[in-house]
Design a protein around this ligand. Structure first.
Ligand code: NA7
Length: 688
């Protein structure tokens, strides 16, 4: 197995070999280099194929021995393994050929145990001295006219094939991988990060914490896993959730099936061969019968488009890209921009340790108390004893949580009874106030208004300065934006070191070298925390060029908003499944519970295809259109329709079509839709 070592941001990277492939047997590990050539920068290139040939010949002439070479499908990169290089000579040759070092290098494994992430033809001894393009395998994916390979008997590199390739090793990817391996499918996960975890890998900001009761959040597929892992807190903090997901990967021995540091650049469906061709950013090629996107809802950080963002001379950081080594805010003047779930968690956590905290708030939200606590051994015994009951409650609830709506209408009870119920829910931990409330909370504006007024009164009672309290009062329907759970958030605004800047009254003009300028007033800062959310829902998927059977990209297909069937499949994109995709109830759900439901449905569908000897599946355009219309209708009938300014509608991302991307009827209703489709033999799906 070859692993990159050495400095990033270099064009030529020496490598060590922990299990030397046969082709490199003669070369000592320290005598190898991986050379990544940016073909687009080569001078007077007659075409990428010839340029590559020319470069390889030039390398050979210096005594460097190019043993293996790989071209990216877009012909823009050539990666070769060079034995016995004189590094300074190598760099000089590259410079002579007009090839510049690429701006960045992604850490990758080159030849894993099972046959090769990058497969190639290794030149026979008699051709190794002066490799020709076809013989070195550098022509992969290049048009024959460019390479001069037409009519040659060259052996082309054959990309490694899998039954399924999954993109992403967060909870969705891990759960899907475990399920497909259990079904006997040869499955591989490609993950851009260096470890498992997804959002829990990236979101390491202070106070990051799960909003589901921890013990309901994980995977339920293995009793052993459930008994093995002991959650420490009712709502676990990020390090504990990340450790749990690492434990899941180890428990099911998933790591050998995951390649880390491999961002996927593109995937296109080859209808004739019924398979996806997948290309990583490094140029590696794979094929798979099924492609599963487990790319997550909240993956791509959204930065504000303020002028001067790069001018700030202090430190700044997005919550979703918090450095692993930490970001020390103690004793500093810190500004936090954004007051969604992430902003609230950061603000309440850092307030006591920073010198001065300035909170820049655009839209106030309803925050309800999380009431976190440690879980004792006795708590845990109770949880395990009632495990089946807990799962059943989650299955029957609106959001996959242990909280279930009261079937009564909020208008069917007296005002006193309603207030008593609200107070009782507010005292309970977690999302009880949202998901154990009156059954028509999300559908009936009058009931919702009563809940809003109850919560606004709580804010007035907790925040001492009436003017500050006023700025913190939301006016949209409760639940129409994601409700943050808080632990002492409102009390932060009673602290002498905290200032609230209402951006509706004094909008940001720009970021300066010293801080944030709002309506003529500069707020001087040492550090800025951007808690400004994500290009949610579709952001991660549309950044990969996914091309379906009609030659259309997914980004184009979703140009006017996401279009899916059940949030799981897309018309024109055969054999593509999305876990926790747009228009899926998993978007507003206790992740573990809804992800498992998605994963089970996909695995069952794949089983059906295998049983009936089908090799292709996609939804009909009509089935897709009907689901889109249903998702829209549900949103229009709910309180969501009166607050479209949120990521639920894609409104937080400039230029994005505004269309609802969550399924507002909830997880239980969604599960019933999915179940009905599967039990009826998948009407709406075209199988061949
Ligand atoms: P959210 O929920 O999208 O919140 C982002 C916050 O950032 C929100 O308060 C936004 O105000 C604010 N924001 C976004 N852009 C700007 C600009 N340009 N200027 C000022 N303020 C801005 O993201 P989170 O990371 O907090 O939470 C994401 C999910 O993680 C959450 O839903 C949970 O599921 C967990 P706005 O409301 O748009 O006026």
């Amino acid at each position: 197995m070859l692993r990159q070592q050495g400095i990033p941001h270099a064009g030529v990277i020496p490598v060590a070999s922990s299990r030397t492939p046969e082709a490199l047997d003669t070369a000592g590990a320290s005598d190898c280099a991986i050379v990544d050539l940016d073909l687009t920068s080569a001078d007077a290139a007659p075409g990428p194929g010839r340029t590559a040939t020319k470069l390889l010949s030039a390398l050979s002439a210096t005594g460097c021995d190019p043993r293996q070479a790989f071209a990216s499908r877009d012909s823009r990169h050539l990666t070769c393994v060079v034995a016995s290089p004189d590094m300074s000579q190598l760099l000089a040759v590259l410079a002579e050929q007009g090839v510049t070092a690429p701006a960045s290098w992604t850490c990758q494994e080159l030849a894993p145990d099972d046959g090769g992430l990058l497969q190639s033809f290794t030149p026979a001894p008699d051709t190794a001295g002066a490799p020709q393009a076809p013989d070195t395998g550098i022509n992969a994916g290049m048009p024959a006219s460019e390479t001069g390979a037409a009519g040659s008997t060259a052996r082309q590199p054959v990309p490694e094939h899998f039954d399924a390739v999954i993109i992403g090793a967060g909870m969705s990817g891990l759960s899907m991988l475990e399920r497909l391996l259990r079904s006997g499918l040869r499955t591989l996960v490609l993950e851009s990060a260096s470890d498992v975890g997804g959002v829990w890998f990236w979101n390491r900001y202070p106070g990051a914490r799960v909003d589901s009761e921890s013990y309901t959040y994980g995977l339920s597929v293995s009793g052993e896993l459930v008994r093995d892992w002991r959650w420490q807190e009712l709502f676990a903090a990020q390090p504990e959730v990340l450790a749990y997901l690492q434990h899941v990967a180890d428990h099911f021995q998933l790591r050998p099936h995951i390649r880390f540091g491999v961002p996927v650049a593109s995937a296109h469906f080859d209808a004739a061969a019924s398979r996806w061709h997948i290309e990583a950013e490094s140029g590696e090629l794979l094929t798979a019968t099924y492609l599963v996107a487990a790319t997550g809802t909240l993956t791509v950080p959204q930065w504000p488009d303020y002028p001067g963002l790069g001018d700030f001379r202090g430190q700044s950081c997005h919550t979703a890209r918090w450095p692993e080594s930490g970001f020390d805010l103690r004793g500093k003047r810190v500004g936090v921009i954004g007051t969604g779930a992430s902003g609230v968690q950061v603000i309440q956590t850092i307030a006591a340790e920073v010198q001065q905290l300035t909170v820049f708030q655009r839209t106030p939200t309803y925050c309800i108390p999380q009431r976190n606590q440690t879980l004792s051994a006795a708590d845990y015994r109770g949880i395990l004893e009632d495990w089946e009951g807990i799962l059943a409650s989650c299955r029957n609830s609106y959001g996959g949580f242990i909280h279930c709506f009261d079937p009564r209408s909020g208008l069917a009870v007296s005002e006193q009874e309603r207030e008593r119920k609200f107070e009782e829910l507010w005292q309970r931990p977690g999302f009880a106030f949202w998901f154990a409330n009156f059954g028509d909370l999300m559908m009936n504006h009058e009931v919702n208004n009563h809940a809003c007024e109850f919560l606004r009164q709580k804010i007035r009672e907790r925040v001492h300065n009436p003017d500050v309290a006023r700025k913190l009062l939301p006016d949209h329907p409760f639940g129409s934006k994601r409700v943050p759970l808080e632990n002492g958030y409102y009390e932060v605004f009673n602290r002498p070191n905290t200032r609230l800047v209402d951006l509706r009254e004094t909008p940001v003009e720009c970021i300066t070298d010293r801080g944030v300028l709002c309506s003529g007033e500069e707020h001087p800062l040492d550090a800025i925390v951007y808690a400004t959310g994500f290009d949610a829902g579709t952001g991660a998927l549309t950044r990969i060029r996914i091309e379906g059977s009609r030659g259309t990209s997914l980004a184009d297909h979703w140009h006017q908003g996401p279009r899916t069937f059940l949030g799981l499949l897309v018309s024109g994109f055969p054999n593509l499944f999305i876990v926790n995709g747009p228009q899926n109830a998993a978007r507003l759900c206790n992740a573990g519970r809804c992800i498992e439901q998605n994963v089970d449905w996909i695995a069952r569908c794949l089983g059906f295809l295998a049983d009936h000897h089908y090799t292709q599946v996609e939804p009909s355009m009509i089935a897709e259109a009907n689901w889109v219309a249903h998702v829209d209708d549900v949103a229009e009938a709910s309180v969501l329709a009166s607050m479209r300014d949120s990521w639920f509608f894609g409104a937080n991302t400039p230029g994005k079509a505004q269309q609802v991307n969550i399924y507002a009827a909830g997880a239980r209703e969604y599960r019933q839709h999915c179940e009905a489709v599967a039990s009826a033999g998948y009407p709406g799906l075209l199988m061949s």
